[in-house]
Design a protein around this ligand. Sequence first.
Ligand code: AMP
Ligand code: MG
Length: 422
Amino acid sequence: MSTQKKSIYEASCADDYDASSMPVEKARTFIAKFLEPVHDVLRVALRDALDRVLAEDLISPINVPAHTNSAMDGWAIRADDLNVEGESILTEIGTALAGRPFSGRLNAGECVRIMTGAVVPQGADTIVMQERAQVNGSKITFAPGQKQGQYIRHAGEDIKLGSVGLAKGSLIGPAALGLIASLGISEITVYRPLRVAFFSTGDELRPPGAPLGEGEIYDSNHYTLYGMLKRMGCDLMDMGTVRDDPALLESAFQQASEVADVIITSGGVSVGEADYVKTILNKLGEVVFWKIAMKPGRPLAYGKIGSAHFFGLPGNPVSAMVTFLQFVRHALLALMGVQPVPVIPVLKAKCLSNLKKAPGRTEFQRGILSQDANGEWMVKATGEQGSGILTSMVNANCFIILSEQSGNIEAGNVVDVQVMIS
Ligand code: AMP
Ligand code: MG
């Protein structure tokens, strides 16, 4: 899309837009329209690239593997020397070890003892594994049935010299880190980490370690948010807990928008909440408030405050996590420059519990996925599904996703299950 951004208000005035019952997919598509990845890059040493996003196509300066080599311990031979039927007897003329090649050349009737990873000597085109050979001094007898070219790993069969070894936009996990190392590259260009400011809102919130007064609760969202953001490799600006006070909230939003790419808050977005949150946000930026047609996690705010993206998550602990995992995580990956943003696997599983579900909203019930004796997937609910039951998130390893239209589910039916990413 063009860099000339559509106004969030303008977009939210579309005909089919219903802010009081926004379907999950529509909210995702809406948010995606406004996401422009970070541009700034850093040069980093390989180890520091873990969990960063590659900002360049990495062109391989070598073939991987660099040399044609053996995939087995055995002997390197010429397939032409094999008898079509029966055994073949060849003369061993030397040894090739990994990192210590055999320098000569194989002629007719000869073979070379070879170990896994050793360069295949000139003249040889086939490996016979040692289990298929018998040694009698330098005379080696090979069993019949060997195939030309077997157990050879060809130079460049993983990555060819000059080809793209790893594409721009790759999220660098352990496998990618190893792959970059296998290219011999020790420094790469990555996008700078996203700066994410976050705070909880609510007069009732207290930090762990402090005593609880009447009607107060501990600020758990702060910690779930911290954990989820930290896992994503974001550069965190932890702004603590902010009271439901217009002046304090305004200054927190103002301060955050000056430095952060993304601002995430929890609480204060429900209907009936003091309207000053809306008033402040509308004064500082462009923010839309939705009631998403989902459970848990109904209220959600999204918008821009200056150049910062804003996600206002609901206060209930399960709702805050579910809205983060279903909307914010994907948006953050896109902003980090990840291309394409990986989909989270959804699979079908037999449901072992009766599930209560009213049509009208997509539900993300918390489930425990396992396999039966035949390896078939099955899932049971974690139990009580209220939006304040944080134990349901701790015990779950998946979301049971029930579509908007779906009603009650009886045990034995097949349901969609999304693996939970922590
Ligand atoms: P709110 O969205 O602010 O109306 O909050 C909805 C519910 O979530 C209320 O019961 C709050 O007390 C609770 N809540 C809000 N923020 C947090 C938080 N940071 N940690 C735990 N519970 C919270
Ligand atoms: Mg509140």
